[in-house]
Design a protein around this ligand. Sequence first.
Ligand code: SAM
Ligand code: SF4
Length: 338
Amino acid sequence: MLDKFGRNIEYLRISVTDRCNLRCRYCMPRDVVSVPMKDILSIEEIVYISGIMTELGVKKIKITGGEPLVRRGCCELVRMLKETAGVEQVTLTTNGVLLKAYLKELKDAGLDAVNISIDTLDEKLYEMITGADKLKEVLASFEEALSYNIPVKINVVSVDWEGLKNGKSGEEKNALSELMRLVEFARDKEICVRFIEMMPLGYGRDFPAIPHNLLIPCIKEKYKGMVIDEGEYGNGPASYYSIPGFKGKIGFISAINGKFCENCNRVRLTTRGYLKSCLCYDNGVELMEVLRSQMEEDEKHDKIKNMIEEVIFKKPEKHSFEEPESISETNIMSRIGG
Ligand code: SAM
Ligand code: SF4
């Protein structure tokens, strides 16, 4: 369906859990109080809402979190969503720690693609960022996903970790050399390596991004001939580049320095059943109460559909991450569903 700015909303991101097996400094650095299980949408409830969303034109669904693979029933959810009329694509964003163990089940369930978050290839730095010595497991999952022929994207938040570690934030040199190692990943594999500008949400506020208007020229400097690639490689806001001799693509999600709101096609469903229309604001609607009410089935369906329609229609025109005082979202990223 179209929102009031004429954007076609066809992409739903669902946070299936706010729990996680890592503690990324910019997302969930320490134990936070988890949403009680009874307040979390059940797998059946997620499928029910997704079904209504497809009636309104949603075709693509991303499962995220928290870490989606710590939620029991995640593979079954993929299967049920794939069987839902109107759903053309179901993908998953994961930290990769548990992915290897679930790949066969996910592939059998019909998973269309996976995004794996890897912010560094340095084991020590990985442990510093995530609080866990798990890089080997994540890389094993990555290799296994390729062997299953599941399309893979690597997500990298572009942060100057080395600078922060040494108390010299702003020294781009080290940071860039670390990020360049990740560019190399795309040399002989048909994957997309995507850099994400840190958004000032939750703990992300403490980790200023390396702006992509700095990062892109540096990568171009090293990789001569890197040019914009107009091909379609994802569902959203990334711009992609090709490098001569590389099988894979390099993507940039420049949330701050490359506002892409006029093409935004997505809404988000949180673990608690809150439908959210923009990452930046606390704009949305609580669906849980109606969902669990004793209303007649038809009445409930229509009521929820109307509530969703209203949220989509009123989706804000653009984010305002560049003006921190106007950000009304106060939840941490693992709650919202990154
Ligand atoms: N646990 C899964 C993972 O790490 O891929 C899925 C959830 S995580 C919140 C999804 C993505 O959001 C990750 O790639 C993570 O790096 C990114 N992320 C978290 N906080 C962010 C922020 N403030 N700005 C931009 N990206 C962020
Ligand atoms: Fe967990 Fe993903 Fe957040 Fe890291 S970014 S703490 S892996 S939800």
